[in-house]
Design a protein around this ligand. Structure first.
Ligand SMILES: [Zn+2]
Length: 91
């Protein structure tokens, strides 16, 4: 909740946002272009092992079952996901 005594953004956050807004972003990866397009850093990038998103996995599996033949204009389907009622949520 925002009150007059408690501004939503403090000066530090505002400065950070302004600095970020002035950085050119790479159209490929979305990161700061000065980093990902720096030839000096060409061999400095590492790719950690991926984490699986089970929500996306379920969605992709469901989408594979639908074809243009079973659902004409398949591209117009609006997909969503919900967590099963019996799912244990942690954290
Ligand atoms: Zn990039």
């Amino acid at each position: 909740m925002t009150t007059m005594d408690e501004p939503e953004w403090d000066q530090e956050t505002r400065d950070l946002a302004l600095a970020h807004a002035q950085v050119d972003l790479c159209p490929s990866c979305g990161g700061p272009a000065y980093l990902c397009q720096d030839p000096e850093l060409q061999d400095s990038w590492r790719v950690p092992a991926p984490t699986r998103c089970h929500r996306s996995t379920a969605l992709l599996q469901a989408q594979l079952k639908v074809t243009e033949k079973t659902n004409p204009q398949v591209g117009a389907l609006l997909w969503s996901t919900v967590l099963a009622d019996d799912a244990v949520r942690r954290g």
